[in-house]
Write a protein that binds this ligand. Sequence first.
Ligand code: PLP
Length: 375
Amino acid sequence: MHYLDHAATTPVPQAVAQAMLEVLTKDFGNPSSQYELGRAARARLEADRAVIAGTLGCRPEQLFFTSCGTEGDNWAIRAALYQNRRVGKHIVTTAVEHSAVLACVKRLEQEGYMASYIKPDGQGRVSAEQVLSAVREDTALVSVMLVNNETGARFPVEEIAAGLEGRPALLHTDAVQGFLKVPFTVKSLGADYVAVSGHKLGGPKGIGALYIGGRAKNPLPLLFGGGQESGLRPGTEAAAQIAGFARAAALRLERLEEVGAHLAACRDYAREVLGKIPDLRFIGPADAPHILSVSLPGYPSQNIVNELSGKGIYISAGSACHQGKASHVLTAMGLNKRAAAGTVRVSFGPETSFADIDALASALLEHRNTRFPML
Ligand code: PLP
């Protein structure tokens, strides 16, 4: 198998599975139970929170566990709008956000909010000036992702935060693809809300976290129930997922430079070998080390994905979340239909080898040479 879709999800290392198993079978108490088993579970959970908070550079009490990155994005957006309800109903975001943000903002438009969607340039980049010039007196929220999941473009969140100083708009960043892939701390970013997810970095699916800090005050609870997560996101904590997330984050942090260099080497090697395929185009800047988008104009991406999957090579047609629809990211970048429809995303992890990339290159070349362009 050649798994080259780490931006969709990642395998869980043995040590992560082991940490989860311990919580499921040994430290399985309810962290809210007032006896020793419960206290041990609470201690472990809070230690795990401290690990992830440390990775993000925030205090543990500023970090709230969620069920996924999508939940963190939705919560941050609603919480910011609630806090700034007297400022206005205007939202600034980009046209290339993940649907975890875009679909939420679209829904808010139906509820009476107004949104400005900043268009990227042909490389998929958005400048801080573009974002800041769309901010108005009544802008309650600016939501700009850190790393784009289709192009690997890195957005200037720090500059946007600096430009918002002294203005009421709160800043949220979807850092799901950036976390432990590009260097940052919540302080260096300057955002008020930062959403991350476990399964993009070797953690299990179904766990994420939201940093709430900076100028974010008295956050709107996501749910109402017991007192878990300071009463803001109640429900018995997903202790095993949290343990897996923390172990995965700790493992990545330990090898941050080594893994970062490996991912960048994979991206650069892929550029070299895929660049030899006639007509192949690179899409976007691939600022982040783990994502590379390429297009074979005329060759439908879903056909490429299906054929490669038959050979045990896994890549994605744009983002795994689009399921066959034209990518809003590529469309916003102004890619023509042929190039957009032929775009696939390749993404790397610590386990990726150059042999995986060689297998991909020969399968793509074979596809290009043996199929007729259909578009
Ligand atoms: N934001 C970005 C940029 C993503 O790439 C993803 C997942 O693909 C998400 C949000 C959603 O994360 P989750 O799958 O944890 O809900």
